[in-house]
Design a protein around this ligand. Structure first.
Ligand code: NAP
Ligand code: ZN
Ligand code: ZN
Length: 348
């Protein structure tokens, strides 16, 4: 395959900059894609700045990838050249452990291979993500995209979409349930759309007064500004389920106080500084605090098909590749409605 180009982070403080590298030719069960759009996830920012202490440089971030198939290996059955394919947060796994057997490759007992900044199981190189003009992946880790959906709006489904769809399904969110979504960012706005679509009564929590109208438009039955103690208190002990998609350190106690007895608060946000929990908040109502990570390959395809059927995509602001550093800064200021997506043809 000709050399690839993209934008890379070279250390934890420098801006992302143009970078060239090479990818292998696709093997028999692999496809090569030309990247069309790539979403900008807050995890890309955490990783570029080494906030989780696991970054490997140079790093080409990006794990919300939609592209056009350019080459198919001889044994590929799911795609042909010219098809649209989508790639998310993981691109390989051991494929023989119990979770992999269940289609929960993201919980692979040997560790799934991340789309970037991980050691590739096939060729031992460091994986380079979707802020680049192409990708090579096994067809098991690539998804088909419903033809009716706008492709820029599809890209964020590959991480923000599945990361919220999966826990909402796992905790059986549906009619008759009162559900809270904390944080109206990329993940939060997808959680809001899904929880509303699944028929729950949805309350959006936000720190941004300016997002109230949008939250209602996106499907919230009620919106609470979380800094308003009286508004929070009005919802005490009334929630069946709360999903927390906040990227920055914040207190969990105010939300635990809103759960009913035996209810669950699931964390998907991954702030640099982990939260602390007062156990008394849990024992007095037998509350569970849980976590959830992206989703497996079958569930990711199920989510994309659900989005096709219900015409759900992310609300996006499409940017040229050259604006990525500005996008990171705006994301930190909670100034994104509600996902930046890079138009990869701007890479030139
Ligand atoms: P994002 O678009 O930046 O949204 C984060 C939201 O958190 C903001 O829009 C804001 O919502 C809220 N927030 C930000 N700073 C805050 C503060 N200081 N106090 C309270 N709220 C604050 O980020 P994202 O891409 O949705 O990602 C969210 C988190 O999920 C990140 O930590 C990311 O790494 C993680 N993540 C986890 C998984 C997983 O598998 N579990 C997958 C993808 C991403 P309001 O303006 O409404 O308050
Ligand atoms: Zn992500
Ligand atoms: Zn496995």
């Amino acid at each position: 395959m000709p050399s690839s180009k993209g934008y890379a982070s070279n250390d934890k403080q420098s801006p992302l900059a143009p970078f060239t590298f090479s990818r292998r030719e696709p093997g028999p069960t692999e496809v090569a894609i030309e990247t069309l759009f790539c979403g900008v996830c807050h995890s890309d920012l955490h990783m570029a700045r080494n906030e989780w202490g696991q970054s490997i440089y140079p790093m080409v971030p990006g794990h919300e990838i939609v592209g056009r198939v350019t080459v198919v290996g001889s044994d590929v059955t799911k795609f042909k050249a010219g098809d649209i394919a989508a790639i998310g947060v993981i691109v390989d796994s051991c494929r023989h452990c119990a979770p992999c057997g269940r289609g929960e490759e993201h919980y692979c007992a040997e560790g799934a291979t991340l789309t970037y900044a991980a050691t590739d199981r096939v060729d031992g190189t460091i994986t380079m993500g979707g802020y680049s003009n192409n990708y090579v992946v096994d067809e098991r880790f690539a998804h088909t995209v419903p033809a009716n959906l706008d492709l820029a709006g599809v890209a964020p489904l590959l991480c923000a979409g599945i990361t919220t769809y999966s826990p909402l399904r796992h905790w059986k969110v549906g009619p008759g349930m009162k559900v809270g979504i904390v944080g109206l960012g990329g993940l939060g706005h997808m959680a809001l759309k899904f929880a509303h679509s699944f028929g729950a009564h949805v309350v959006q929590f936000t720190t941004s007064v300016k997002k109230i109208e949008d939250a209602t438009r996106l499907g919230a039955d009620e919106v609470v500004v979380s800094t308003d103690a009286a508004a929070m208190q009005a919802h005490a002990s009334s929630f069946d389920f709360i999903l927390d998609a906040v990227s920055a350190p914040h207190a969990l106690e105010p939300y635990l106080a809103l759960l009913k007895q035996d209810a669950t608060m699931t964390l998907v946000g991954l702030p640099e500084i982990p939260p602390s929990i007062n156990v008394f908040s849990l024992i007095t109502k037998r509350i569970s605090v849980a976590g959830s990570m992206i989703g497996g390959m079958p569930e990711t395809q199920e989510m994309l098909d659900y989005c096709g059927k219900h015409n759900i995509t992310a609300d996006v602001e499409v940017i040229p590749m050259q604006k990525i550093n500005e996008a990171f800064v705006r994301m930190l200021k909670q100034d994104v409605k509600y996902r930046f997506v890079i138009d990869m043809k701007t890479l030139g």
